[in-house]
Design a protein around this ligand. Structure first.
Ligand code: MN
Length: 300
């Protein structure tokens, strides 16, 4: 039982998505989210940059500092500003949006900028084209260089087929990252999406290995962890096997907390919970328990 015989798996930062607390990242929303994230025991809060105009950098940094929280940022693109578009002007608008969001993430002190950074967040009418994919690769190369200058890691979130046509599996994300060819571009896995598109919860994690950079944990209906059909034991064991030390962020959506635009993009139609503090405290305990069990299993 001594620490010398136990494999040293460092503690992962545990995060919570801001939409558990507030749909608007106004100064008031920032203070509420920071206070409640800390009260629920989290180390990190993830801010969606879908509405950059409301984000107050100074108020956000003050709220995060007051509660000793790290921050990660995320977003998806739009069909009229999409780096994977065939149309160069649409792709350029997507790149401008990404660049602006990256700089905001840096100003907020984020070490990670994640999400659907390679395409629009939504249901495409057809498969991606070679020309559009090339636009995305070139834009991501330039974004990765800007991110490296600010010490930021980019996470390519693998999402289901109804939210992008370009990257639906970990393997596709790894192929895209290989083409981009930058060390600070990593895979961002999300159990909710894996449940729809991957064969199981182990192989994609092992395939990523040290190229896994960020994780979202959500259940099959995006409600209380453990109340859906996802095999979290398999997933957390796989994280332990690769020695993943990066952030693990709880993501859950309910019509109880609505973000203008984003909630509709994510198809948040139902009320899966109404008590955010209870949901978040439960999720933190659930994730910490899974990590502890996975480590104990590796040590045995
Ligand atoms: Mn996610």
């Amino acid at each position: 039982m001594s620490s010398t015989t136990t494999p040293q798996t460092p503690d992962n930062p545990l995060g919570v998505h801001a939409l558990v607390w507030t749909g608007d990242w106004t100064p008031e929303g920032a203070r509420l989210a920071a206070r409640q994230s800390r009260a629920a025991g989290y180390d990190l809060v993830e801010i969606s940059l879908h509405d950059m105009d409301v984000v107050d950098v100074r108020a956000t940094r003050a709220a995060l500092a007051e509660h000793g929280l790290d921050v990660a940022c995320s977003r998806g693109l739009a069909f009229d500003a999409d780096v994977s578009s065939d149309d160069p002007d649409t792709a350029r608008r997507g790149e401008e949006l990404l660049s602006r969001a990256l700089h905001l993430a840096g100003d907020l002190g984020a070490g990670y900028f994640c999400g659907v950074l390679y395409s629009a967040l939504g249901k495409y009418a057809g498969p991606p084209t070679a020309r559009g994919r090339e636009h995305a690769v070139r834009a991501l190369r330039r974004l990765a260089a800007q991110a490296a200058d600010r010490g930021i890691t980019l996470g390519m979130e693998v999402v289901n087929r109804y939210e992008s046509n370009l990257v639906n599996t970990a393997r596709q994300a790894l192929d895209l990252i290989d083409e981009v060819g930058a060390d600070n571009v990593k895979v961002h896995l999300d159990t909710y999406h894996m449940n729809i598109e991957e064969q199981d919860f182990t192989r994609p994690v092992l395939d990523c290995g040290d190229r896994l950079g960020y994780v979202h944990v959500g259940d099959s209906h995006r409600g209380y962890l453990g109340s859906g059909t996802i095999d979290f034991q398999q997933f957390f064991h796989a994280l332990g096997t690769i020695g993943y030390t990066g952030p693990i962020t709880f993501e859950s959506f309910s019509s109880a907390v609505v973000a203008p635009g984003l909630s509709n993009d994510l198809a948040v139609w139902r009320n899966l919970w109404s008590d955010g503090p209870d949901l978040a405290a439960h999720a933190r305990s659930f994730m910490a328990g899974q990590l502890k069990a996975a480590r104990a299993g590796l040590a045995g």
